[in-house]
Design a binder for this molecule. Structure first.
Ligand SMILES: [Zn+2]
Ligand SMILES: [Zn+2]
Length: 295
């Protein structure tokens, strides 16, 4: 009899629990590195225009992780897009475009890899994960639950963010997303006409493009010179530095600690330069080496 009373009390507690998403546990980020692209823009009507989730920019092939513990309720194709949906009890999370590594019915832990990010179809300028949050039929803002953790804001119309550190195998990430317009090596200098070493890698990007730190480190140089223009130097380890040259603006100061991917300035055309681009250098014991060996 006592046990039954307890059961009823417990049942009442469950029924009386706060409605919908009021007390939802926080989510963990579904990607190891993430840059927030287009944000949640709830539709005014059920089928109206809007953005029913948040876009997290990433690289195709990145592992996608469950944001919380739950059960997979769907893993398959919806209109040609790979989609995974996980039921967390009161709410569900959806992930797309994803090549699923789980199947309907699977139990998943928070942070468990549920698949890999597909490059297409994508409604972002580059690859991105569209993360949705559903309570019944209502779409909610996933960012409300993704409070903590590291993230950076990007311009959804701008350059795609540099891939996460370590992707290139040598621990440096590309500082900007543009094409390589002039590699490291001997060449005839476009301004001076002298044949000499081109001591870095040029990325063709418009002036004003955010330039990201290639790895975590400490800013040891912020200077202007007639050759390199506005320049930032970051030390990652003793005797291992990267430099960012011809900048329009520098947004970090000597002594600053920077994270991999942090914006350190904006690309430009200052110093000895024939047009907007980023001249990116890697210095080993003070001597330039080929950056592409580390990207
Ligand atoms: Zn989206
Ligand atoms: Zn250059």
């Amino acid at each position: 009899m006592l046990r039954r009373t307890w059961m009823v009390a417990l049942l009442l507690l469950v029924v009386a629990s706060p409605p919908a998403h009021a007390a939802q546990d926080p989510w963990t980020w579904p990607l190891d590195d993430h840059a927030i692209g287009e944000r949640f823009d709830p539709p005014a009507t059920r089928y109206g225009p809007g953005h029913r989730g948040v876009d997290l920019s990433a690289t195709a092939g990145d592992p996608v992780r469950a944001v919380a513990a739950g059960h997979v309720v769907f893993a398959g194709q919806v209109g040609g897009t790979g989609v995974v949906t996980i039921d967390h009890g009161r709410e569900r999370s959806t992930y797309e475009p994803v090549k699923a590594r789980v199947k309907a019915g699977d139990a998943v832990r928070a942070g468990q890899v549920i698949g890999t990010l597909l490059g297409s179809p994508s409604h972002c300028s580059g690859a991105c994960l569209h993360l949705g949050r559903l309570a019944g039929e209502d779409y909610l803002d996933p960012l409300e639950l993704l409070g903590g953790g590291r993230f950076r804001l990007i311009d959804p119309a701008g350059e795609p963010p540099a891939p996460p550190a370590g992707v290139g195998g040598q621990g440096l990430q590309r500082p900007v997303g543009g094409p390589i317009t002039s590699p490291y090596g001997m060449r005839v200098h476009p301004v001076t006409g002298v044949r000499k070493l081109h001591d870095g890698t040029d990325f063709g990007v418009p002036c004003g493009t955010p330039v990201h730190a290639a790895a975590a480190g400490t800013v040891v140089g912020r200077s202007y010179s007639s050759a390199y223009g506005k320049r930032i130097v970051i030390r990652h380890q003793p005797g291992f530095e990267t430099t960012y040259n011809h900048l329009t603006s520098q947004s970090v100061s000597v002594g600053d600690r920077v994270r991999a991917g942090q914006v350190v300035g904006r690309s430009g055309n200052t110093g000895l330069s024939t047009g907007c681009h980023l001249h990116f250098m890697v210095l080993k014991s003070g001597h330039p080496v080929n950056p592409q060996e580390f990207l």
